[in-house]
Design a protein around this ligand. Sequence first.
Ligand SMILES: Cc1ncc(COP(=O)(O)O)c(C=O)c1O
Length: 393
Amino acid sequence: MNEPYDFVSKLARAYPTSGIRAMFDMAVNYPDAINLCNGEPNFDTPEHIKESGIRAIQNGMLKYGTEPGLAAMRDAVASKYTREFGYDYDISNVMISIGAVEGILLCLLAILNPGEEVIIPDPAYTCYEGQVRTLGGIPVRVPLHEEHGFRLQAEELEKAITPKTKAMIICYPSNPLGAVLTEDAGKKLAAVIRKHNIMVISDEVYEKIIFDGRTHFSLGQIAEIRDKVLVVNSLSKTYAMTGWRIGYIVGADQEIMRYMFKMQQAVASCLQPFIMQAGADAINGSQDCVEEMRQHYERRRNLLVDGLAEIPGMKCFRTEGSFCTFVNIKDYGVSSLDFSKDLLSEGGVITVSGTTFGQMGEGYLRICFANSDENIIKGVERIQKHLSKKYGI
Ligand SMILES: Cc1ncc(COP(=O)(O)O)c(C=O)c1O
């Protein structure tokens, strides 16, 4: 008789489980709970984009394509970045991906060797660490602090760099923090990046969801390091297209991009042409829908943040961009995970523990406002009622 054999890979066993998924699994038992957990637009994809996808299907755009993606969409992205960053881009600088999640993986596949280190802020979006580990890389977490507006500090970045550092991943506007990158902070980071010659994977999926008159700033705009920056973006948030699974990478270094195109052979081979056609039309078409949704998000940000500010002990970072606010709950003296679980089981509101995004998230809760005004108002009322009953505040 053969010995029983464990067929499951060590990677699969050790792969971090998403805390967001765990919260949703728990929430199944509370069907009336209000969902302030979802980082997903609650808008429908704009009609003209849907129509473009349908037309493309009717026109037979249903065959295999090439690894880097449909030329029409790559061209739309190149024109957008030529316009917005002020440098010349063409399709050799652009790769289309299955959302930003595959975009980040493709960047890592193109540049990372096993044993090399990748700097990841703490807290950060959950997929980065697992993807780095998948490729045998070593994630090195660098703390972000509330007193610095959750912006990565150049000194902290430099302290984390070793001879093994290959790259850093950065995300602004940030999920889960709601912070944006200022030009000043970006330039300080750029000096360190240049000095140590490391690559940057810059997750900018919330670039258009930005508030109070701010404008998005990308490390890819800084001339001295732009060949080191791979900008990862997506249509998921900007155009409410999460289920279409479409994103892209823009890089000034054409050699890296060529290898990235090749690495799509290891993942999906190619993407769906009709979806990329709709993506091209979304980017080339009127951007009024983007501004309209942004205005709704800003109003909802105000509803949530102003509402929470009335509750003692809920110290809310005023979201500068993205769909989420990171709330300091340290005054309650309870772990973030217990706090979020109680809020669900006793208060009827789904949120996420800050620790889902790294250990620096202890003492924080992520609350999202990609929801209706009515649900946000009801959610804040429930949080207030729950805390008042439980802690007598
Ligand atoms: C910071 C960040 N990056 C990437 C993604 C994934 O985007 P996509 O749907 O394009 O894969 C998300 C989705 O929540 C996100 O919040």
